[in-house]
Design a protein around this ligand. Structure first.
Ligand code: FAD
Length: 376
């Protein structure tokens, strides 16, 4: 006999092993929900934690230390892990199509699949540059770049395009890690077309000084318009010599979202309300970089995905139980800590607080290691 609606197990399907979903799994591992079947679909078994990524690139953390093992986490949460990629969503039938051919049905779906690289705005970028975002695909490219830099005739002139927090971290990491390991001098340039969001003027001054101290050339307020094999051309016409270019500018929504008729913002990212449900589908939640809260826009950063995680976990549980959902309102500002690759960091919060030094790095290290211990 088929189970009645009241006794049927509810199916929660998590697509993507991003920052919010690891916290959802951790919450269900701590407090299992009776009558709930959880499935996680992830392209990768290991998911990197963005907070420790700059430290890893600068040579401070091992690769193991910055990754969360989704297999172990899913097991702890009693969830089934499917290592595959979602390639289609059937909203009406409540089904997700996977690249490997499997189809998974859900009662409640949650999407945390990050972003896709977008090199479209800069001529020649697709041929001559490495897209830094999303972070999942960065590490392989980073290994190849570093290996080529070790060769005597390898790249020595590096340009990072994108003056946001990720681009700045990357410039410090390249100067520290590559600079310490390759023979001969290297040259690092940071090209930023606009002011980095969330960085107050005190931090900006400290960052500018630290970049100068490390010999990193900064081209501010001048967008990269073309990348060739040996240079980046800026909007002003200036040419910045470069043998290796990393692009950390805008990112695009994952292409799989384009095929759906879920509500989106003008950039094509899923539009969610304060409960993290997609605006036109209450059976579907979305969090992290792939989602936008129209009413409370914030920069696409791992810290927001992490903040959304516990709320998402509670709301998924409430949705399963048929209870009222809670609202998430992002904080207006957050503590920002930028590692400078030399055992120091520059930090700040809001409009006025700015500080730097070894203690700032120790604070960042403490916060990040404490986060990772939750998944050990
Ligand atoms: C160099 C660099 C440094 C950064 N440093 C910081 C920092 O210090 N602090 C900070 O807050 N942010 C930082 N960021 C930004 C941060 O990395 C992102 O904001 C964060 O990773 C977004 O998390 P997410 O959960 O949305 O997605 P992600 O962490 O990108 O995870 C998405 C996951 O979904 C999987 N996936 C994607 N598509 C599919 C699919 N179709 N099917 C199944 N699985 C799929 C991916 O494999 C991935 O595991 C940095 C970014 C860069 C590039």
């Amino acid at each position: 006999m088929a189970p009645s609606a009241a006794t049927a197990r509810k199916r929660l399907l998590l697509v993507g092993g991003g920052h919010a979903h690891v916290l959802v799994l951790e919450a269900f591992a701590r407090h299992p929900e009776p009558g709930l079947t959880i499935t996680l679909v992830s392209r990768d078994r290991l998911t990197p934690y963005s907070g420790m990524l700059p430290g890893h690139l600068a040579g401070t953390y091992t690769r193991d230390a910055i990754h969360i093992d989704l297999e172990r986490l899913a097991r702890a949460a009693g969830a089934r892990l499917v290592l595959d990629e979602a390639v289609g969503f059937d909203r009406v039938a409540q089904r997700v199509h996977l690249k490997g051919g499997e189809e998974l049905s859900y009662d409640i779906l949650s999407i945390d699949i990050g972003i896709a690289p977008d090199l479209s705005g800069i001529a020649g970028a697709a041929e001559h540059a490495l897209a830094v975002k999303p972070i999942g695909s960065l590490l392989e490219k980073w290994d190849r770049l570093f290996e080529s830099a070790l060769a005597p005739n390898g790249p020595r002139r590096f340009a990072i395009v994108g003056g946001g927090a990720a681009g700045i971290c990357l410039a410090f990491a390249v100067a520290a890690f590559v600079g310490d390991r390759v023979s001969g001098a290297i040259r690092v340039s940071l090209i930023g077309a606009s002011e980095a969001p969330g960085i107050n003027s005190g931090m900006r001054r400290r960052i500018a000084r630290a970049l100068k101290d490390r010999g990193i050339a900064v081209h501010a307020e001048d967008a990269a318009v073309r990348i060739d094999q040996d240079a980046v051309t800026l909007a002003s016409g200036r040419r910045v010599p470069a043998d290796a270019v990393l692009v950390s500018t805008h990112a695009a929504p994952p292409p799989v979202l384009a095929t759906t008729d879920w509500a989106k913002d003008e950039g094509g990212f899923l539009a969610v309300g304060p409960t993290l449900q997609i605006l036109n589908d209450e059976a579907v939640f979305a969090a992290g970089d792939c989602a936008t809260m129209n009413a409370h826009p914030h920069p696409k950063a791992g810290v927001f995905a992490v903040r959304q995680g516990p709320v998402l976990a509670r709301n998924l549980r409430r949705a399963v139980r048929g209870e009222a959902l809670e609202s998430y309102i992002p904080q207006r500002d957050h503590l920002l800590l930028i590692a400078t690759g030399d055992g120091r960091a520059i930090g700040g919060r809001g409009r006025f607080l700015a500080f730097e030094g070894r203690l700032a790095w120790r604070l960042k290290d403490f916060i990040d290691r404490r986060f990772m211990r939750r998944f050990a």
